[in-house]
Structure formats: C-alpha cells, structure tokens
Ligand binder design. Structure first.
Ligand code: SF4
Ligand code: SF4
Length: 371
C-alpha cells in the first residue's frame, strides 16, 4: 500500500473534510478516566498524551512522554455500541378502533466516520457482520448503520499488558475493513487508503509526498514492538479440546472467583447476546418491544420453559468460554476472541480468560460432577 504523510497540524483537516462530506465524526476521548468513543467536533478532544495501564482487574490512564493521540490500545468499548445498540426498539403496537395495529420501529442510521479503530476492533467487526448480516434474515438495524460506516483505522505502536492479538492473528496491524489507515509517528501520520470512499477523502487532504524510507522503517519498528506481547491464547485446534473437558475442576475454581457480573461480555466487542422486553402504557393502549444487550452470565439468560439451564456460575462461565473459544469455530469458522484483552482488565476480580483457557485445554484431572 502506498502511504502519504499527513503533518500533525493537518489532522484537523481530516475532521473538516469528513464533516463536509456529511459524516458524524466519532473517535476516542477521555471520559470518566477511560478512553471512550464518542462524537467529536475537533481534534483537541482526542486523548493527546494519554495511555492506559491495563492489567487483570485494572485500567488506569496515565500521561505519556510523547504528544500522540493514539498512544493507548483499548477502552471499555470499541465499535459495538454504534452498530449493535444496547437498546433497540423493534416494534410498537397501538390499540385502535380497528383493533391492534403493529408497526416496525423506524430504522435510524446516518453516515458515521469512526477514527482510531485497531486491528482487533476490525476483526470483531467482521465477526459481528457475520452474525448480524449473513443468513436469510439480516438484522435491518445493524445493516442500515453498517452501510453508512467509514473507518479510519490506526496501526498499534505499542501493546498493553493485556493484549494478545498476535496469538489470535488479529493485530497489531490493521489489514482489512478500513477506508483509511494511519501509523502515528512523532511528527505526524502515514496515511494509506483501503477503499474508493477512503480515496475520495484522501484526495482532499494536504498530504506530503510519498513517505520516506526512514518513516516507513519507524512505522514497521513500532508494529514489531507492538507485536511483543506477554499473553498467548492457545491455538484454535487446542481450544476445541475445551469441549472434551466439561467436567474439569477448573470450571469450579474459576466460578469461585467469578461474580457473574457480566462485565466481560458487555465490554467484549464480539459478544452479541440479547433479550427482549415489552412495555405498555398504563391504559394498555400502546406497547413497545425492545431488544436489550444481555449476557450469558445472567441467570435469566438460561431460563427456558420453566427451567434454569445454567443455575450455577460454573455453568455460565463454561458457557461463555466454550462458546467464545470453541463453538464459534463451528458457527463462524474461527474463535470468537480477537485478543483485545478488554474482558481481562474490566473483570472486577481480574479473571484472565487466557490463563483459564491454558489450564482448561490441558485436560488434566477429571472430577465427575452432577452435570
Ligand atoms: S473474549 Fe475478551 S479478549 Fe477476547 S475479544 Fe472478547 S473482550 Fe476481547
Ligand atoms: S469473569 Fe469477571 S467480568 Fe466476567 S462475569 Fe465473572 S467476575 Fe464478571
């Protein structure tokens, strides 16, 4: 890919060109001591000079010695809430003189340009696309917003302690699904195009000539540094062995620590569990059906036909890990984990799914249990 240089002082041009092209610009900023994605109107809102310290059960922002705006890796949320909304009205019903009248909830979508997504975020997007768009019944709400999405990805120049995207094959380089891609250097950005829409924006920017060999070398060195990660998820063939170890005592060991709070599933960019709820007005004249995010850690998520299928926490943790790491391979052709590490740092008791998976795939001692 041919890349051109965008000086740091011209980054605001990218915002104005996107805005003039009709996009709402969404990107990272600091809120409540975390990096969150929100609507941005100017570059000053980006998290300049901020970086996260992420460890099991720990997330903290700190100042960096550089004045970069992409010196962090992840926040609690990536792209998921912008496409798969936490609360999505599905239909409304109204009592009329002719009887009950049903109508589909309106589909609200508009052009959004998201800046700052990483390789792991793009891998998660691909998986969510498979879930929501493939098959005979694509989700119309997801689809409408997905079609109006413009992505400016960023190659990671560093990894957090919790990152393991190298072992899942999803980072630290952004290699697909973007319109524009950036490498952040001290003096500015190397910018490449990934689509015709990206090219149309690219052409309106004040870009330097093709980047120098030194700049390319620096960008490659940054990627090599970011590839040095401490954690390694077992490979996919090994992860399939989880299904052979359903009675491993480690399921109880992790359940003794797990609070079943569901944080891990809420921050996970690939989790898609949902539930539906109905509400009606006090006169029972109008009703609404809403889809809400749910979690396999919720007791009610395993409630079917008067029975709780996963009454204990060990059953729910087993469901999460087995589905995410093993059963997704049959369902979607790969594991459902993209190595972002969010579930590790946002777990209040610091449960590390990589460490759990490494123990569970070994298939050591079996203690037959009731389930
Ligand atoms: S399971 Fe954890 S590390 Fe894997 S994609 Fe989900 S949040 Fe990221
Ligand atoms: S693994 Fe951690 S984040 Fe997930 S439900 Fe258990 S305590 Fe909560």
């Amino acid at each position: 890919m041919i890349k051109h240089f965008l000086a740091r002082q011209h980054l605001d041009q990218l915002f104005s060109v996107l805005s003039n092209a009709g996009y709402q610009v969404v990107g990272p900023t600091v809120k409540d001591n975390a990096i969150v994605f929100t609507e941005l109107s100017h570059v000053e809102q980006l998290p300049w000079g901020r970086q996260e310290i992420a460890k099991p059960g720990h997330y903290q922002l700190t100042d960096t010695s550089t004045n970069r705006c992409f010196a962090w890796n992840t926040g609690p949320q990536g792209l998921k809430p912008w496409l798969f909304k936490p609360e999505q009205p599905l239909w409304q019903a109204e009592q009329t003189e002719q009887g009950l009248c049903f109508r589909q909830a309106s589909i609200e979508a508009h052009p959004i340009a998201v800046i700052g997504l990483r390789g792991c975020d793009l891998a998660a997007l691909k998986l969510q696309d498979q879930h929501f768009l493939q098959g005979p019944y694509p989700d119309p709400y997801y689809q409408a917003q997905r079609e109006q999405l413009f992505i400016i990805a960023v190659n990671c120049a560093q990894s957090a302690e919790t990152c393991f995207c190298v072992s899942t094959g999803d980072g630290p380089e952004a290699t697909h699904s973007f319109d524009l891609v950036l490498d952040e250097l001290e003096e500015g950005y190397l910018m490449g195009c990934g689509s015709e829409q990206g090219q149309a924006i690219f052409q309106q920017l004040t870009l330097g000539p093709q980047v120098s060999k030194d700049q390319l070398h620096t960008a490659q060195k940054q990627l090599a540094d970011a590839s040095q990660q401490q954690r390694q998820m077992p490979d996919e063939d090994s992860l399939l062995k989880l299904t052979e170890n359903l009675e491993h005592p480690q399921w109880q060991d992790v359940a003794d620590r797990c609070l079943a709070c569901g944080n891990c599933t809420l921050v996970c960019p690939t989790c898609f569990c949902s539930k539906q709820e109905s509400t009606s007005d006090i006169k029972l004249q109008q009703a609404e059906q809403v889809r809400l995010w749910d979690s396999c850690f919720s007791e009610q998520h395993g409630y079917i036909a008067g029975k709780l299928f996963r009454p204990e926490i060990r059953h729910r943790y087993r469901q999460w890990l087995l589905h995410k790491l093993a059963n997704w391979q049959q369902q979607y052709g790969r594991s459902g984990c993209v190595g972002c590490g969010r579930c590790i740092s946002w777990c209040p008791v610091g449960i590390d799914l990589v460490a759990e998976a490494q123990i569970l795939v070994k298939g050591t001692p079996h203690e037959p249990t009731d389930r």
